[in-house]
Design a binder for this molecule. Structure first.
Ligand code: HEC
Length: 124
């Protein structure tokens, strides 16, 4: 009985340890954690559109062409960006959890997109 409890404690602490270790490990290697520095439209945002959006948003019947040659102009002149209240931007509310495009974006991609708008939605 006593030794059994000892083993359980050992197993429990080992598991706790593993959770913490994995947590730290993940923080360090995750390539797309919450963005720290300045977001680049060409390097951070457009590649996300290319991979996840342009299969549909390509100038066909669906509004908002997100192909590289036109995406920035479409977003700015089509009123998809609200610089005063970034989280209200249609580009963001659509991909946000609960938005109709939610399934096409990861949490990291949502975060990068919002941060890009917060930083002034620059064509950088
Ligand atoms: C499988 C096809 C498909 C994919 C992939 C897709 N969309 Fe859409 N998207 C649609 C359709 C259809 C609509 C119109 C219906 C709606 O608003 O839900 C739409 C609407 C939108 C709108 C609103 C357009 C407007 O003028 O009302 C935005 C913004 C948008 N999508 C962003 C995105 C982003 C960003 C991605 C990539 C992360 C994405 N979509 C991926 C099909 C898609």
């Amino acid at each position: 009985m006593e030794s059994n409890r000892g083993i359980k404690t050992l197993v429990a602490s080992f598991m706790l340890c593993a959770v913490f270790t994995t947590g730290c490990y993940y923080d360090k290697v995750a390539p797309e954690g919450p963005p720290e520095g300045s977001i680049s439209y060409s390097e951070d945002i457009q590649p996300f559109f290319d991979a996840s959006c342009i299969a549909c948003h390509n100038g066909g019947g669906i509004p908002l062409n997100l192909e590289a040659s036109v995406s920035y102009a479409e977003l700015i002149f089509g009123d998809y960006i609200d610089e005063a209240i970034p989280a209200n931007s249609l580009l963001y509310t659509k991909i946000e959890v609960g938005g109709s495009m939610e399934q096409y974006a990861t949490d990291a991609e949502r975060a990068v997109t919002l941060k890009w708008i917060e930083q002034g939605a620059k064509n950088n």
